[in-house]
Ligand binder design. Structure first.
Ligand SMILES: [Zn+2]
Length: 325
């Protein structure tokens, strides 16, 4: 145990102690520091040792390179595992790869509730009254009917109906057709009322997209379903069972052909049918100049009854054609 008052040995040996002791310390401090002897001394190393040492350095360098490469590989793998989870799947094999599931966007609320897109064209309005009637003028009859039809379609999850015009201003048939295309219409019904000088003129007729055009077959099927509905409600069907084709000739005169005439005419039909880009039918619901017709399909409850016939026809048509188009 060291004495409590004693100084550390090295300091005392410098400043205290005997002369001999101090000389001894000085001698020790002036001697070159001792180092471990080299063995074997460099000069005396044999050629074989030098070859051995060179090989050893080479192997050590190689080992260092290998350690470095391995370290880099592990680092790279770690980066990949973090950024590309499907490169090293975290979950078991029973799951679908993560990437496609992540890529499939959640449907928006609008997409989730979207159904088959039906365009309802109210024929007239926006200042265009159409023909004058004994109860409603044509525009009012078409809007009443279109509103009732919209109510029925909107209440049915299968359908996403919209109207080709909002009625705030007059839009030509070509504009309403463009609106139908813009709205993605997959089926179109255009509602009109017929008129004649003679109040005895009466009955229902409708016009599908004519032969030679895309959607002729689907449009014809839709027209027949609608005409059948009016026929079942005891409405007189004009022409052959209420379905006809119409064209405007070079003089802009209407040319009407019965449905059995499948001749392909190049003359244009109704603009809306030509340009709406989907199966379509234009219906002349009744003669708004016929008191009898108006009572059946041209007054308030008549428009409601007509809307139900269109709706039922749309449902029947949809069951056959709606799933594939
Ligand atoms: Zn009209």
């Amino acid at each position: 145990m060291e004495q409590r008052t004693g100084r550390p040995q090295h300091r005392r040996s410098v400043y205290h102690g005997t002369q001999a002791q101090r000389q001894d310390v000085r001698r020790v401090r002036t001697e070159p520091p001792r180092s471990a002897p080299e063995y074997p001394p460099r000069s005396s190393r044999s050629a074989s040792y030098r070859r051995y040492a060179a090989k050893k350095r080479k192997r050590r360098a190689l080992r260092r390179l290998m350690y470095l490469a391995a370290g880099l590989l592990i680092l790279a793998a770690g980066v990949l595992a973090v950024t590309q989870t499907d490169f090293f799947p975290i979950h078991g094999g029973e799951e679908e790869p993560a990437a496609p599931a992540a890529a499939a966007a959640e449907p928006t609320a609008e997409e989730a509730q979207s159904g088959f897109i039906v365009a309802v064209d109210p024929g007239h309005g926006g200042g265009d009254i159409g023909a004058e009637g004994v109860y409603f003028d044509e525009w009012e009859m078409t809007w009443k009917t279109a509103d009732y039809l919209m109510d029925l379609l909107e209440a049915d999850d299968r359908f996403s109906p919209f109207m080709t015009t909002d009625g705030t201003e007059y839009e030509k048939a070509s504009q309403r057709a463009a609106n139908a295309v813009a709205g993605g219409a997959q089926l179109l019904i255009s509602i009109h009322g017929n008129s004649g000088e003679d109040p005895s003129y009466a009955g229902f007729e409708c016009y599908p997209v004519p032969p030679g055009r895309t959607y002729n077959a689907e449009s014809l099927a839709f027209a027949q379903l609608i005409a059948d509905g009016f026929g079942a409600a005891n409405e007189k069907l004009r022409g052959q069972n209420g379905v006809r084709y119409i064209y405007y000739d070079a003089n802009n005169e209407k040319q009407i052909y019965e449905v059995s005439d499948t001749t392909v005419h190049t003359d244009p039909t109704f603009t809306l049918l030509e340009e709406c880009g989907c199966p379509a039918v234009l219906a002349e619901q009744c003669f708004i100049t016929s008191p009898e017709d108006v009572d059946a399909f041209g007054d308030e409850d008549g428009c409601q009854a007509a809307a139900k016939i269109y709706y039922d026809a749309i449902c029947s048509w949809y069951e056959t054609y709606g799933q594939t188009s």
